[in-house]
Design a protein around this ligand. Sequence first.
Ligand SMILES: Nc1ncnc2c1ncn2[C@@H]1O[C@H](COP(=O)(O)OP(=O)(O)OP(=O)(O)O)[C@@H](O)[C@H]1O
Ligand SMILES: [Mg+2]
Length: 275
Amino acid sequence: MRNIYLIKFGGNALDGKGGMRQLAHEVADLVREGYSIVLVHGGGPEISAEMERLGMKPMKVAGVRITDEAGLEVAEKVLKKINTDLVDCLLDAGAVAVGMPGYFCTECERKKPYKAVENGKELTVDPGLVGEVVSVDEQTIFDLLDQNIIPVVYPIGAEAVGDKVQHLNVNADTMAAGIAAGVHCKEMIAITDVPGILENVHDPSSKIDRVTFKEIDQLLADGTISGGMVPKVEACRKAVLAGAEAVRMVNGRDPESIVKDVIMGAPKGTLIVKE
Ligand SMILES: Nc1ncnc2c1ncn2[C@@H]1O[C@H](COP(=O)(O)OP(=O)(O)OP(=O)(O)O)[C@@H](O)[C@H]1O
Ligand SMILES: [Mg+2]
């Protein structure tokens, strides 16, 4: 049984290129110490910025990006660029890393129209070309880890439609949790741009240290958890249910240590537990 640590970070989580370099150094050190690490990243703000630059209108409902053909093309381009930058940083830090889209190691299917609650109102949402993970080719990941290679995944999935392949935009937390469950990871750490789940999204000191599934339901129902935090808590629940020993959200802006001390057991961020 491998002890795999799945680390996910989002578009705004790190402090620019310096933050990415710091994370890459920490991850490279951990791999040298014998840890097996899989990285999954998002790129939400960068995708939105590029869409706006091109005159397109980014649209999200309950944290999930509504995606058409043109939006998917932008997402793929932007995510590939972030992926290349991250792999370069890892190589510079002395690690060996391989970048790949989610469809190299997962099978996805298009997310069907679903009901979501936003601002206290229930809506039916058709997210378009958005995917969910249905299965993971864990051997692809294990083969890389066995050679001390870090898989670095960007969240574009694919499904077969007749004899064609349709790429799908997958929320990065959803992709991370799908892979975390598929490889039976020991821990999942979601690095984001807030200290954890906040009682008041505008007050970083209102962080909740530990949250149960039941409390998450309450926080979703009363609107405390909204936007990108919705797919993130669902991703964390999925990882817990898949048997991960610890699932945490942490702030990526910590200059001392982004993931190293958390992996060593420091009680940072928000810990998500079943009960
Ligand atoms: N109760 C809450 N506590 C903390 N953050 C919350 C809460 N409710 C909503 N949020 C929002 O969730 C955001 C984090 O999710 P978001 O999807 O924006 O980032 P990410 O998942 O880290 O990055 P990416 O989507 O690029 O992968 C926070 O910046 C905050 O605005
Ligand atoms: Mg997000």
